[in-house]
Design a protein around this ligand. Structure first.
Ligand code: GDP
Ligand code: MG
Length: 446
């Protein structure tokens, strides 16, 4: 799966990654190509639009980290946006089966989507990996061989299946399955429903009735990855009428274009939990958005390069701060760069987190009540000073303060407050120098 998409996106980004400088029109051209690539892969139009906007927004106004190229930066932005579209992060969306047993898991979807096979796969996984006692129950009363199919599957993997009682309807079977499971000490009951060729009212009513009697912990929509644009309607319908908790994509071992898969998460907001990667019963994988994104882009090397560069820069800045601390000098220029650092990192704890052993300082800074709006105003005050004033705050007498306040659009009282805060920080630095000295601090930085 994803072959075509991967090739097209890969070549667009390949062109970008090597470039030393990018103009806005370079980025626009590239995004036009990304857009076409996504649409050709069957990603739904609204999802594509949202994706492109997100990337553009971030690409503009993004500082390029030293030591990487703008093209590499864009690759990283596209990668992150793709990961988010797929659900974000690297956490596998596990099945939520932590509830008083027996825990019902309801499998829903169209006929031939892979429900029965996936029921077997999940049962095998729960049995071997999670040591759960699983009961399989087929609610497919329409195809004569269906209940038998599940029973055979169960035998293959050594998992029990509910004995077939002729003439029973789905709701009755589900009730009986829960009963048998309760008495037999089963942990999980997998209820494999009958599919239809198309979504119809009868199917929805039947599945809803089963849902109402068992209250499933998971309702998994099983979808063939090859389904194309219909996937979006399908997912939306099932989600609205039945309420799904997650999506399982099957046949991703085939040559599906994959776009449908990408859209389903975006339109339902429900996570893709598992992937069927073959006909065999162990061919089931957890879903990791970041791994899938890098599989599609084929740019994992660039992404990790950018991440490493970003981490290095943060560490460099922290080290520079530490050097200042060691000198025991801290002028308004330093204060300004610290404000910028704080803003960039979003949270002062990030900076201080890199300097173990400085919890005392952190507490004082917390008390100084730093938030972003305040920081922006303080930045403006320092920027209204001359470089000389920034290095020697002692120069700041009344007339200069008035000039600075006017320049920054604040009151003189604000300027005084900033100077007082600076004085406190500078004192703190001196104190720390006395306390730890060079050796102590280097030790703290480890
Ligand atoms: P159901 O009608 O939804 O219960 O679908 P089935 O579980 O009976 O599967 C229909 C067909 O798809 C079977 O031939 C399965 O072997 C096949 N199948 C299911 N999952 C996968 C998968 O992940 N990869 C491949 N290649 N085939 C699959
Ligand atoms: Mg079936």
């Amino acid at each position: 799966m994803f072959d075509g998409l991967s090739q097209r996106l890969g070549s667009v980004l390949d062109k970008l990654r090597g470039r030393g400088a990018l103009t806005e029109s370079d980025v626009n051209d590239a995004m036009r190509e990304v857009r076409v690539a996504l649409l050709e892969a069957d990603v739904a139009l609204p999802v594509v639009k949202d994706f492109i906007n997100r990337v553009k927004e971030r690409a503009v106004g993004q500082d390029v980290i030293r030591s990487i190229t703008p093209g590499q930066m864009v690759v990283k932005i596209v990668n992150d946006a793709l990961t988010e579209m797929l659900g974000g992060g690297d956490t596998e969306s596990e099945l939520n089966i932590n509830r008083t047993p027996p825990v019902p898991v309801l499998m829903v979807g169209l006929q031939g989507s892979g429900k029965t096979t996936t029921s077997g796969k999940i049962a095998l996984r729960l049995k071997t990996r999670d040591k759960k006692k699983v009961l399989l129950a087929s609610l497919d009363v329409y195809r004569p061989a269906a209940q038998k199919q599940l029973a055979i599957l169960g035998e293959q993997i050594g998992v029990d299946s509910l004995p077939v009682v002729d003439g029973q309807m789905p709701v009755a079977i589900a009730t009986r399955a829960m009963d048998v499971a309760r008495k037999g000490g089963y942990d999980v009951v997998i209820l494999d429903t009958a599919g239809r060729l198309h979504i119809d009212q009868e199917l929805m009513d039947e599945v809803a009735a089963v849902r109402d009697v068992v209250t499933p912990a998971e309702t998994l929509l099983v979808t063939d990855a090859m389904i194309g644009q219909d996937a979006v309607t399908l997912a939306r319908e099932f989600n609205e009428k039945i309420g799904i908790s997650g999506i399982v994509l099957t046949r991703i071992d085939g040559d599906a274009r994959g776009g449908a898969a990408l859209s389903m998460r975006a339109v339902t907001g429900k996570p893709i939990k598992l992937l069927g990667v073959g006909e065999k019963l162990d061919a089931l994988e957890g879903f990791h958005p970041d791994r899938i994104a890098s599989r599609i882009l084929g740019m994992g090397d660039v992404v990790s390069l950018v991440e490493k560069a970003a981490a290095t820069i943060e560490a460099e800045d922290a080290a520079k701060m530490a050097a200042k601390l060691m000198e025991g000098t801290f002028d308004l220029e330093d204060m300004l760069s610290q404000f910028r650092q704080i803003k960039k990192m979003g949270d002062i704890k990030g900076l201080l987190g890199m300097m173990p052993g400085i919890s005392k300082m952190k507490k004082q800074i917390d008390e100084a009540n730093i938030d972003n709006k305040v920081i922006a105003r303080q930045e403006a005050i320092i920027l209204s000073m001359t470089p000389q004033e920034r290095r020697k705050p002692d120069l700041l007498k009344a007339s200069r303060k008035r000039r600075i306040a006017a320049g920054a659009g604040v009151d003189v009282a604000d300027v005084n407050r900033l100077l007082k805060q600076h004085q406190q920080m500078a004192d703190m630095m001196k104190q720390m120098k006395k306390m730890g000295g060079k050796k102590g601090l280097m030790g703290a930085l480890g």
